[in-house]
Structure formats: C-alpha cells, structure tokens
Design a protein around this ligand. Structure first.
Ligand SMILES: [Zn+2]
Length: 67
C-alpha cells in the first residue's frame, strides 16, 4: 500500500517517501508526506524562507524533523 505525495499527489512508495514535520516552539505546524522530488523542493524553499529570518532574529526555535 502506498499513499500519495501531499504536494504533487503522485503515488509514492513507503521506501521512498519522506515524512516531514516542521516544528515551531515544540508544536507541529506542518506535517507532510513527500516524494523525493517534492522533498528536495520543500527543503530548498524552507531554507530560502527561513534563513533570512533566522539571521535577523539571531535565533529560531523552528526545526525540521525528517522520519
Ligand atoms: Zn511529490
């Protein structure tokens, strides 16, 4: 049994899927099942969006967890 990718809706095998959780202040704010392609895109987008803010504030409590 394989579930679809949350981003592109294509079926993705468990062996290839990446379950990504984004946590801010210890609470889960984003939880997605992604295929390898969408996972790479997601990480790239996350870094682009979060890096400048992290640099501005000096610190951040957000964290990516990849199962
Ligand atoms: Zn996908």
């Amino acid at each position: 049994m394989s579930d679809p990718c949350d981003s592109c809706s294509q079926s993705v095998e468990d062996a290839l899927a990446r379950d990504v959780r984004l946590q801010v202040d210890r609470s889960t704010v984003d939880n997605q099942r992604l295929c390898p392609t969408c996972f790479a895109d997601w990480i790239t987008r996350y870094k682009e969006e979060m890096s400048p803010k992290a640099a501005d504030s000096g610190s951040t409590d957000s964290e990516i967890i990849v199962d």
